[in-house]
Design a protein around this ligand. Structure first.
Ligand code: GDP
Length: 337
């Protein structure tokens, strides 16, 4: 049987703009595809939709597995949609990038929110490099903005690199912590702490209320020296995703942070800087990809690698030789021949 042709670019464009969930999902599938022709169509779609992007509050949510990220997003998300907001939830799962498996768990996460037509929940793209997963998530975020979602939450696991990637695509990062895990903050590298804009101690319920309040005081003093993108030390709050307590205050802190950022064009500046860094990241990724696939450098690479390992040549000589091979094969003359 002949396969039905997919929607045209015009259909995808008007469907996304109209907020059609099925066409939005198709557009995201196009973005996530690694096929060259799909990539070209995806880039054309993004180019067309670009003027309609930029309007949402972009928020990253991070924390160790088990801290309650999906419970928090489910509880907070349900509240937001009940208040009339349209919410999209995306995820970057570093383990799915590497192995196709998942530390974030299966699709049963955020079950209620996934069923709610006012919310749009998309699991992490899987496979490929973490950089590739970040690109796909970032472009998906733009599609969601074009579709009119006024808040986009990007969830990731608090394990380093993926957090930095999320921080570079959002306006604010919310870190969830557990009560009574005093040395947890020390486990987070200082560089990462500087990416955090709001902190919430989750699971402040039952017999953990006191521990959560104590943890809040400890975390707040530990964070006093760290400046968030809003310019001040990140506020530390307590909440319970199960009981729903403290959630409004966490949302309020995120709104305040955003208002701070909007003063003097700070938000526009932040996004311009993020776009520039993104361009450079894509350039580096693209160059490395070309480099590895370049026939002459690919042929010379194993020999030069072992020569470096055996001490027969210096790393700088080997690198120079590879660069020369790469560039000679990519000179304008080489391309036109
Ligand atoms: P994630 O791995 O960070 O997404 O964490 P989950 O949302 O899957 O939650 C991990 C566990 O903590 C689950 O058993 C949740 O039911 C529980 N949990 C999440 N939030 C709360 C909360 O506010 N209070 C309590 N008591 N348990 C919670």
């Amino acid at each position: 049987m002949k396969k039905r042709p997919g929607p045209s670019l015009d259909d995808l464009e008007s469907g996304v703009i109209a907020g059609d969930r099925a066409l939005l999902a198709r557009a995201i599938t196009l973005i996530e595809s690694n096929r060259t022709d799909h990539q070209e169509r995806a880039q054309e779609l993004l180019r067309r939709l670009l003027p309609r992007t930029g309007g949402s509050h972009r928020i990253g949510v991070t924390g160790v597995p088990g801290v309650g990220k999906s419970s928090f997003i489910e509880a907070m998300g349900t509240r937001l949609v009940e208040q009339g907001r349209r919410l999209a939830v995306l995820a970057i799962d570093p383990s799915s990038a590497r192995t196709g498996g998942s530390v974030m768990g299966d699709k049963t996460r955020m079950g209620r929110l996934s069923m709610d037509l006012r919310a749009f929940v998309r699991p992490s793209p899987s496979g490929g490099s973490l950089g590739g997963v970040a690109r796909k998530t970032r472009e998906t975020l733009l599609l969601c903005e074009a579709a009119g979602y006024d808040a986009v939450l990007v969830e990731t696991v608090g394990v380093g690199q993926s957090e930095a990637m999320v921080a570079d695509m959002v306006d604010a990062v919310l870190l969830l912590l557990l009560p009574g895990a005093g040395d947890e903050l020390q486990g987070i590298k200082r560089g990462l702490l500087e990416l955090i804009d709001v902190v919430a101690v989750n699971k402040a319920d039952g017999d953990r209320i006191t521990a959560a309040r104590q943890a809040r005081v400890e975390y707040a003093s530990a964070l006093r020296l760290v400046r968030s993108r809003g310019g001040e030390a990140p506020p530390v709050l307590v909440c319970s995703s199960h009981k729903g307590t403290g959630l409004d205050a966490v949302w309020g802190a995120l709104r305040d942070h955003r208002s701070h950022l909007e003063v003097d064009g700070g938000l526009a500046k932040l996004r311009r800087q993020q776009d520039l860094r993104w361009m450079w990241a894509l350039l580096e990724e693209g160059l490395m990809d070309r480099f590895r696939r370049h026939p002459e450098t690919a042929a010379a690479l194993p020999g030069l690698e072992s020569a470096v390992v055996e001490g027969e040549t210096t790393p700088s000589q080997a690198a120079l030789q590879l660069l020369q091979l790469f560039l000679s094969g990519n000179s304008p003359r080489g391309v036109s021949e």
